[in-house]
Design a protein around this ligand. Sequence first.
Ligand SMILES: Cc1cc2nc3c(=O)[nH]c(=O)nc-3n(C[C@H](O)[C@H](O)[C@H](O)COP(=O)(O)OP(=O)(O)OC[C@H]3O[C@@H](n4cnc5c(N)ncnc54)[C@H](O)[C@@H]3O)c2cc1C
Length: 339
Amino acid sequence: MNEVYDVTIIGGGPSGLYSAFYSGLRNLKTKLIESQSVLGGKVNLYPDKILWDVGGLTPITGKKFLSNCITQGLTFHPTVCLNTEISQITNTAGIFDIRASNGDHHYSKTVILAYGSGIITPNKLDIDGVERFERTNLHYIPNSLHAFRNKQVFLSGGGNTAIEQANELLSIAKRVTLGYRGNELRAHEHSVDAFRKNGGTLLLETQIHSFRGNHLGEIEAVSLSVAGEARTITADAVIVNHGFASKQAIGFDEALGLRFTEHHFIEGSPDSTLDCSGIFAAGDAISYTGKVNLLVGAFQDAVNAVNSVKQYLNPAAEKQAMVSSHNEAFAEKNRQVSL
Ligand SMILES: Cc1cc2nc3c(=O)[nH]c(=O)nc-3n(C[C@H](O)[C@H](O)[C@H](O)COP(=O)(O)OP(=O)(O)OC[C@H]3O[C@@H](n4cnc5c(N)ncnc54)[C@H](O)[C@@H]3O)c2cc1C
């Protein structure tokens, strides 16, 4: 823990992973810290979605894309700390003291903030004892909708993501029932029409009251109120899509002088520099004129952040790394790659 790293990247989403790759390319001693138990950031929220807008990639699922990002991010073997929520950053005598909420301290000459929109957690059901079903068939962020093949699924939610999920499930599951507490869905009308037309059952003014479990600890029926009337429907799986809460967990020492937008993003420059020397930012966490809040934007920020780190640590260093096709760092690795 007391080791001082050249750069510590906070956030293991696409921008943090690409920063880790690029800082390895620039020979920086690198640590990557992520609050969740897995790397990947927000892309974990849409594993089955197909991405079309990442340069140089033909359509690819979120899951496959993430797997590639993680493999690439670990190319130069950064130190990775999972389940580590950073809560405080201060600077003492030129070294950043990065404190985690578990009390650990991480020390670094520079920091790249790649924390996206903060720590994102799904809004959970407020029903006593419901946690026990999270181990079986109550899902907030399903790993893959294919796990619901031939199942009777009850999905609770009314936003665009919920109805999109419900529509995707129609071709996979045996039966899809969508329950929403309001009397009109907030989602796009054409998606709602498609859901009804393709055989989905929509229940409005619906709230989950409790679950009936079986001897395996799985939900087998959902007790609901539908427009004020009690109703029970059988279910092999329940998905709850009630949106997400995000928490910006880091308290920055005021002396660092960072500025934030009204939506809590860090104000910076296109080269990923901030008002505090030694701290840089990449991806959704940073805001500047012309910022692109897409995966491609996250990658560009990561390159800029790492190059800025390198220059900060060694003003005589090249402004940019040599392109990978001509870079000696890959000479041995190229021999191992079979294409
Ligand atoms: C539903 C959805 C669909 C999308 N579809 C597309 C698309 O099709 N194409 C596209 O280009 N973009 C898409 N995006 C946007 C894209 O996912 C983001 O631009 C990208 O994930 C930003 O990456 P990031 O690494 O900056 O942030 P994130 O992916 O948010 O990762 C940040 C990471 O930092 C961690 N973290 C936060 N705070 C702390 C802390 N205090 N300590 C430790 N770790 C912390 C978080 O847990 C998270 O893992 C989509 C976004 C959403 C929500």
